[in-house]
Design a protein around this ligand. Structure first.
Ligand SMILES: [Zn+2]
Length: 148
């Protein structure tokens, strides 16, 4: 079983990313030129319809680029282009491993897993005045302010 993503898929992924970026820029440029008020529409596509055409073409690039990225990341079968469950699993394997690894990294950042992994028991001091449980190293009660 291959654990690495093939160069073809990497190419599709980065090519797709470039298309998305290009599409976003094209889409955004419509509003920039519109706001700036200059009609340099003839640079891209001649005719009065270019103002309408540009965001459409930009969106087309974003959609096609997004599909390419998804195919690159998940493989042809993994992204649902080919209906082949066993191939899909193989295609998705490096991707899910990557996603799982990133999730693990993110979880390790949080106190949630840190607290879970901590074998040390939490020691609390009970306030003699009000009975509130306070942290071990606190000098005064959180509830009533009395010295512990
Ligand atoms: Zn207290």
């Amino acid at each position: 079983m291959t654990r690495e993503i093939s160069p073809n898929r990497k190419g599709a992924y980065y090519g797709g990313t470039a298309l998305v970026i290009f599409g976003v820029l094209l889409f955004a440029s419509t509003f920039v030129t519109f706001a700036a008020g200059f009609g340099d529409s003839h640079h891209f596509a001649p005719g009065p319809s270019s103002m309408m055409l540009r965001p459409l073409v930009g969106m087309g690039f974003i959609v096609v680029g997004g599909i390419l990225r998804s195919i690159g990341a998940r493989g042809l079968a993994g992204s649902g282009v080919l209906l082949d469950p066993s191939q899909a699993r193989k295609d998705l394997e490096p991707y899910t491993r990557m996603a799982g690894g990133m999730l693990q990294d993110a979880l390790e950042e949080t106190d949630l897993t840190k607290a879970k992994g901590d074998a040390e028991p939490v020691v609390m001091i009970k306030c003699r005045a009000c009975g509130k449980l306070n942290e071990e190293d606190s000098k005064f009660c959180q509830e009533c302010g009395k010295a512990l």
